[in-house]
Design a protein around this ligand. Structure first.
Ligand SMILES: *Cc1c(COP(=O)(O)O)cnc(C)c1O
Length: 543
């Protein structure tokens, strides 16, 4: 059985390398899955796009968060030219797509960056759009990128001569591939649309990620037809798949035989969110995992094998030191190694509530003045995500107010992520119930950091009270969002002052803290790696 895995972003390179074909969690997950598949020699062909500029970045300039032009200038080190091309038709123009192969593994990247493509060459420059060639036409840019991934990807598989039994879509970006599969089935097997859909459906699998409505793209069918996403299907047929307007997730739900979400609580929320979509299969969970060899420091893995929590603690202190040195080099601030260090790094977007810890300033001040609690933040946001930008600015402003206790590190990527996750004592996550999975917590746990999070995403199923980490309660009965955020913040400080800090302060007197670090590692190692995840995909999704 051969699987084709379509993904808009994929972090393929090893830690220490810079190959910027991803923006955040979705791409890092795809990359971890790819690394696991390569290691296990699984029959999966991965398809993505060779983003010449990668994803937007931010930096701090004169106290303001400003965009930095994206760049992915080392891409040539990672791929080989297959000498093959394919094409797609966009806006009635045929454009050529080069097919590159990643040097290590069964992964292909499409690339429109050829002079003959005119301004369409810029379509594969900026992940999720924003190239100046399409200024003011961002929705069109996005749809054309999705035509390249979906339809271009399906055609590339033919050129590569790879027969495919299962098409797996990592989120809905590539779903236009289904239009091609249906149309081909209608043309070559002479069946009507409905029968073709049913035949194609047997081969389609879909993983849904975002439960945030704005993350679920919709487009007008007129636009799709005009731009070439329909691949010969009619207005009615497209609307049958995706509704009118056409929802990418809705179309994916209606054309897939099986659909999974990425954590148990995420599946519950997704089933609720999409219950109105007729013809969609029930959504079941396959909880995400992380690639252990990528994310766990070797000495932490060795320490874990000794079954000695004291050794785990000592090795972890070494990685905490690395993080403190990095902060010192980057920000010229020396944090203290024997005070609690709370790490927080992820994409800045509304539901992740970056500023939750600062909703009760008195409590924050007390934590800083009495316990010298230290926070280190990092992350970036899409340039058009104004909530995300405001979060980063707010954290930066707090860091100027409390320079020895709150730090913001610019330049978040997988390399910085690993230093942060393995050097923090506590890994904080404060989503409001809309989390998909939250894989950074798994990476932290593999390195002995202790999770402290709302019971959302993976943590809801991983958390064992008093054993492997801490929780923050979510108050779901409040009238306003502001009130709710304040209550959740108070829950954070309640557990910080009553559980986290006492255990941390007593770590020389008893083993509770060290035991919790060990249990944290055990939870991640046994339940939240791509090894487990891969086995489940083959058993439950591809079957
Ligand atoms: C792991 C990772 C993420 C995902 O983190 P979440 O906890 O899911 O928000 C995002 N970005 C990078 C660079 C990562 O390594």
């Amino acid at each position: 059985m051969n699987v084709a895995y379509f993904t808009m972003e994929l972090a393929a390179a090893k830690i220490g390398e810079r190959f910027e074909t991803y923006s955040g969690g979705l791409g890092v997950l795809a990359g971890d899955y790819f690394k696991q598949a390569t290691e296990e020699n699984r029959p999966i062909t991965f398809l993505s796009i060779l983003w010449k500029l990668g994803y937007a970045r931010q930096k701090v300039e004169k106290d303001r968060i400003v965009d930095v032009p994206a760049s992915n200038d080392k891409w040539q080190n990672f791929v080989t030219d297959t000498g093959l091309t394919t094409s797609v038709v966009v806006e009635n123009h045929s454009i050529t797509l080069k097919i590159w192969k990643f040097n290590d593994g069964n992964l292909y990247f499409l690339d429109a960056d050829l002079p003959e493509n005119g301004h369409y060459r810029y379509l594969t420059y900026n992940l999720y759009g924003g190239n100046e060639a399409f200024y003011g036409q961002e929705e069109k840019e996005r749809i054309l990128q999705e035509i390249i991934l979906g339809i271009g990807g399906a055609r590339a598989l033919e050129v590569l001569n790879q027969p495919i039994d299962i098409y797996h879509f990592n989120d809905g970006h590539a779903i236009f591939a289904v239009h091609k599969l249906i149309k081909d089935c209608m043309d070559y097997e002479h069946v009507n649309f409905e029968n073709a859909l049913n035949k194609v459906k047997e081969k389609i699998r879909f993983t849904t990620h975002t439960n945030v409505t704005s993350g679920n793209e919709q487009h007008s069918i007129h636009d799709l037809l005009y731009l070439g996403a329909g691949y010969g299907l009619s207005y009615e047929q497209l609307s049958f798949l995706g509704g009118d307007s056409y929802g990418m997730t809705v179309a994916a739900l209606r054309s897939a035989k099986k659909v999974n979400a990425v954590a148990k609580v995420h599946a519950e929320a997704a089933n609720k969110l999409w219950e109105g979509v007729n013809g969609a299969p029930p959504i079941f969970p396959i909880t995400n995992g992380v690639h252990r060899e990528t994310w766990q420091h070797h000495d932490m893995g060795v320490a874990f094998e000794t079954r000695n929590p004291q050794i785990v603690y000592e090795k972890h202190q070494g990685h905490k030191e690395e993080l403190l040195t990095l902060i010192q080099n980057k920000n010229k601030i020396r944090l203290r190694e024997n005070s609690l260090l709370i790490g927080f790094a992820r994409r800045a977007t509304s539901y992740k509530r970056w500023n939750l810890f600062a909703k009760d300033m008195k409590a924050l001040q007390y934590a800083i003045e009495v316990y010298n609690v230290q926070f280190v933040f990092s992350g970036k946001c899409h340039p058009k995500d104004f909530n995300g930008r405001a979060y980063i600015q707010e954290i930066y402003d707090l860091s100027t107010k409390y320079p020895n206790n709150i730090v913001f590190l610019e330049g978040y990527d997988i390399n910085l992520a690993k230093v942060l996750e393995s050097g923090s004592d506590i890994w904080l996550n404060t989503p409001n119930g809309l989390e998909a999975s939250g894989t950074s917590g798994m990476k932290a746990a593999l390195n002995g950091a202790i999770n402290f999070s709302t019971l959302d995403g993976w943590w809801k199923e991983a958390y064992a009270e008093g054993v492997n980490g801490f929780r923050i309660d979510m108050n779901t009965t409040c009238f306003t969002e502001e009130e709710r955020n304040l209550r959740d913040c108070q829950s954070f400080y309640f557990f910080l002052f009553n559980e986290v800090l006492p255990k941390y302060q007593n770590r020389d007197i008893c083993d509770e803290w060290e035991n919790m670090m060990y249990a944290s590692m055990q939870t991640a190692t046994e339940g939240f790696t791509t090894k487990r995840m891969m086995a489940e995909y083959f058993e439950k999704l591809y079957s």
